[in-house]
Each structure stands twice: as C-alpha cells, then as structure tokens.
Write a protein that binds this ligand. Structure first.
Ligand SMILES: [Zn+2]
Length: 62
C-alpha cells in the first residue's frame, strides 16, 4: 500500500499499526504483520480495534 502515508505507526510484537487517510478523506487504521512468511494484514475503522487485533494476532505456525 505504498500510496498511503502512515502516521502514528506503532509496533506490537511483529505487527505494526498505522493510521492513514483513505481516498475518501476518512481516517483509517491498518494492522500489518511484518514477520517473514506472514502476510496477515487488516483494516479497521477505529484505532482501538486495530491495536487490539495487533496484540491478539498470532502468526501461523510453520
Ligand atoms: Zn504474523
């Protein structure tokens, strides 16, 4: 998602949560896992939901 400029990026374990303004000018929040081999990411409407998902995320065991 290189088109978006993230701000307030925080890391929860391997997961990073960032806030950005989407194409409609609304605030949106993304949680994305940076662990190798784990492509998990999700968008949320609230910062709290994104941070909760980040802390609750568990990478798929390999
Ligand atoms: Zn993961």
């Amino acid at each position: 998602m290189p088109r978006y400029r993230f701000r307030d990026v925080r890391r929860f374990g391997p997961v990073e949560v960032g806030t950005y303004i989407d194409r409609y000018g609304r605030e949106a929040h993304t949680a994305a896992c940076t662990a190798p081999g784990c492509d998990w990411s999700a968008d949320y409407l609230s910062r709290a939901a994104a941070e909760l998902a980040a802390t609750a995320h568990r990478c798929n065991p390999r």
